[in-house]
Design a protein around this ligand. Sequence first.
Ligand SMILES: C[S@@+](CC[C@H](N)C(=O)[O-])C[C@H]1O[C@@H](n2cnc3c(N)ncnc32)[C@H](O)[C@@H]1O
Length: 365
Amino acid sequence: MKIDILTLFPNMFEGFLTESIIKRAIKSNKVNIEINNIRDFSKDSHKKVDDIPYGGGSGMVLMCQPIFDAVKSLAKDNTKVVLLTPQGIPFNQKMAENLSKEEHLIFICGHYEGFDERILSICDMEISIGDYVLTGGELPCMVVTDAVVRLVDDVIEKESIEKESFVDGLLDYPTYTKPRVFEDLEVPDVLLSGNHKNIESWREEERVKKTEVKRPDLLDKGKFKLYKNSENVKIIDLKDLKGYSFHPKNNAKRTDLIPVTNMELMFQKFKKNVAKTNIDKKILTLIKSSILFFEEDSSEDNAIIVLGEAERLKALIKNYEKILEKEYREEIEAKIDLLIQEIKIEMISSKNKEEEIEEKQSRSR
Ligand SMILES: C[S@@+](CC[C@H](N)C(=O)[O-])C[C@H]1O[C@@H](n2cnc3c(N)ncnc32)[C@H](O)[C@@H]1O
């Protein structure tokens, strides 16, 4: 992976690139990070890169020309250009994971009052590291770069990043090290038991408990649903619960979004609305085919098709037994039964008519 950083303060990156995991990742050629001074791309004789804002106001604004030229000279076919800005999408682990799979990233660090809005037109993504304003994009750029580089293949052992906080919507489990007792504070017995199965399930439970206490918001969004009884907290994968399942189209043009192939709606009210909309749509189709049957084609073949549609709709309503109120289901089922009865009567009478005609014809022959 190659990362090009565009900044007005290259020295700020010195410590960052020469310590710890980033240093190792660079040394082992897992990542190549270049710091580019925005001034080097300025066409101004004094290497000017900013100017006063049109319409007045405080501060200086980064100009288009140096940034446009820098991106043009550095970008390749597969480059993702990322602008660091407090107005961007709040950065998270999933975004770090997606970016770690890119071949080439260009990070643009703003400074001063901000940048000329037209710079957005050459960016693929705007990232914020939180709802606060920093002096420049350098610290946010280091934050994002660190989170991304540690996820690049073989930079860190797979095992250590698999169960980290946020990876699957939960926080990490609590960890302890020697000594066993420190100022009356003890390490939980299970961790000293040597029973790996018990340790594993204790850790899973602790992850849930911790997330519930510290970040309950994650549990609403995550792929897990919590199941609780009096003393236990268990994680259940959504697929074990019957929600309303559907496959989103994934046709959004934003690269920061997580592709979702299967979704399960779990909120009871939401499920109810979706079920009702689904039934309404199917009823409309059934009414249309019934009108066609009564007005244009009362043949036995067509009757079988419409009756099949009606039976499938009844089965669907039965599927929604736990979601929809009994009265609502019974009312619709009664209407469908009435329609089925009418179709059968019409089918018999048109069959009788056909037979009568045939009989008359054979008598007249
Ligand atoms: C002082 S800030 C400009 C803030 C801008 N006037 C605003 O209110 O949106 C200067 C630069 O720091 C960077 N920056 C500041 N806070 C940031 C944050 N929370 N996330 C990402 N970048 C940030 C951006 O590159 C920004 O252009």
